[in-house]
Design a protein around this ligand. Structure first.
Ligand SMILES: NC(=O)c1ccc[n+]([C@@H]2O[C@H](COP(=O)([O-])OP(=O)(O)OC[C@H]3O[C@@H](n4cnc5c(N)ncnc54)[C@H](OP(=O)(O)O)[C@@H]3O)[C@@H](O)[C@H]2O)c1
Length: 209
C-alpha cells in the first residue's frame, strides 16, 4: 500500500519523498506539472498529476494514507489560501473518506488555533489551517495533525521536540519536519493525535516511537 503525498513538490514534500525512497517506504507524489516529475523519477518515486483546485480523486486510488503538505505560500492572496489551504485540504478529507484511507496526516502550523493572535497578514492563513484542522478532527478518517513552528532551511539535526517548554525558540527545519512525517507515516499505531514540532534534542525516531 502507498502513502499519497499532496504537496510533494514543496520543500518539505521533496525531502519527505527522498527520505521515503531511501527507506523503501512506498509513496505516490502528487504534483501539478509534468515537468516536476523528473526529480521524483530520479528517486524511483511514482508521480500522479493533480491540482487541489481541480480534479485529483484519481490520485487516491490504491493508497492507504495521505499526507497533506501543500500550501498556497506567502506569494499569493487570501483567495488561494481559501481554495488550497482550506478547501483543498477539505476536499482531500472527503476523498480520504470515500477511498477509505486509514489515516490523514496534516501538516498544520504552530498556533493555528489562534489566528487572531497572529500578525495581521498571517491571519487568513492561520484561520484556514485552523478550520482545516477542525474539519479533520471531526472526519471519519483517523488523523495526525502535525503543527510545526516557523520553518527554516537549516541542516536537519534529526532531533526535535513536541514540547515548546523544552526550548527557547519557535523554529523547526523543513528537513526535521520531513523526518517527523516519515516516522509518523511508518507508525500506523499513531492515530487521532496532535503534535507541535520544533527543533529539539530527542531523536525523531524516539519522539514518534
Ligand atoms: N512557512 C512556514 O513557516 C510554515 C509553518 C508551519 C507550517 N507550514 C506548512 O508547511 C507546509 C509546506 O511547507 P513547504 O515549505 O514545503 O511549502 P512549499 O515549498 O511552498 O510547498 C507547497 C506545495 O504545495 C503545492 N501546492 C500549492 N497549490 C497547490 C494546488 N492547488 N494543488 C496542489 N498542490 C499545490 C505547491 O505546488 P508547486 O510545487 O507546483 O508550486 C508546493 O509543492 C504547508 O502545509 C504549510 O502550510 C508552513
Amino acid at each position: 500500500m502507498k502513502t499519497l503525498v499532496i504537496g510533494a513538490n514543496g520543500q518539505i514534500g521533496r525531502q519527505f519523498c527522498s527520505l521515503a525512497a531511501e527507506a523503501g517506504f512506498p509513496v505516490r507524489a502528487m504534483i501539478r506539472d509534468q515537468a516536476q516529475a523528473a526529480y521524483f523519477e530520479s528517486l524511483g518515486v511514482e508521480t500522479v498529476l493533480g491540482d487541489l483546485e481541480g480534479e485529483f480523486a484519481h490520485a487516491f486510488e490504491g493508497c492507504d494514507q495521505v499526507i497533506f503538505t501543500a500550501g498556497s505560500g506567502p506569494h499569493t492572496g487570501p483567495d488561494k489560501t481559501l481554495m488550497v489551504d482550506l478547501h483543498g485540504a477539505w476536499r482531500a478529507m472527503a476523498l480520504a473518506d470515500e477511498f477509505e484511507l486509514g489515516r490523514y496526516i496534516m501538516v498544520s502550523a504552530l498556533r493555528a488555533e489562534r489566528p487572531l493572535a497572529a500578525p495581521e497578514k498571517l491571519r487568513p492563513y492561520m484561520a484556514a489551517k485552523h478550520a482545516a484542522d477542525e474539519l479533520l478532527r471531526h472526519a471519519r478518517t483517523s488523523h495526525v495533525i502535525l503543527k510545526p513552528g516557523r520553518l527554516t532551511d537549516e541542516e536537519p539535526t534529526g532531533k526535535v521536540t513536541t514540547d515548546p517548554e523544552e526550548v527557547d525558540h519557535n523554529m523547526v527545519s523543513r528537513g526535521n519536519v520531513a523526518r517527523a512525517l516519515l516516522a509518523l507515516s511508518e507508525n500506523h499505531a499513531l492515530r487521532d493525535r496532535e503534535y507541535l514540532l520544533l527543533d529539539g534534542v530527542q531523536p525523531v525516531s524516539t519522539v514518534f516511537a
